[in-house]
Design a protein around this ligand. Sequence first.
Ligand code: SAH
Length: 221
Amino acid sequence: MIKKLDIEGRGMTSQRTRDRLITLLKNKGITDERVLSIMRRVPRHLFMDEAMASRSYENTALPIGHGQTISQPYTVARMTELLIQESLPENVLEVGTGSGYQAAILGGLVKKLHTVEVIPELYKNARDLLYNLGYRNIHPHLSDGSWGWINEAPYDAIIVTAAPEKIPNSLLQQLEIGGTMVIPVGQQNKTQQLQSIHRLSEDGYKTNTHEFVQFVPFVTK
Ligand code: SAH
């Protein structure tokens, strides 16, 4: 449980470092003002262990326990930019809640976000943190995201923050026609590449490939 005072106190002391991170993101090519503005506001240090907090505005992925990582800020910015590029989605699915940071970024931009995590502890931490930070449009679920989250499908945007070798069919099916999915695809310890997929029709998908990335594996049971 986080006290309000903690959030404000720690947030204020890191506003300057957060501003520096925004400059870095701009220099690396992030141009979407909506993304830059929300990343300036969300206190990334609250989404990681206090021992790591001093490094929270560096542009690196950091451990969050259970062998998982909070994504690099550039990657979060880039994936968000790609996801909202065409139009601002309203009903979004994230697979891989992890720390909840990417969820918080999206929660500040879109109407409704469903986020699915397969590790119970991570799910609980992120759920409590996001609630305590005041998000009421983010709905965390403990589930295997290979199945998507059928209850609220279809989604006009889907973001996957773990890398499968092949995109699960249920995720493709739960994407609305006209919708966009952003996902890293590839083998572990080999090349993974960010893809954005647009669903054009019932069976028609168009894939664009972007930069190389490194994500933790997408678990399939
Ligand atoms: N978006 C997160 C990134 C966390 S790392 C953040 O901002 O911190 C990726 C997460 O995906 C891990 O927590 C991992 O447990 C989760 N994951 C991997 N495979 C999954 C699956 N099939 N369903 C749900 N979550 C999965």
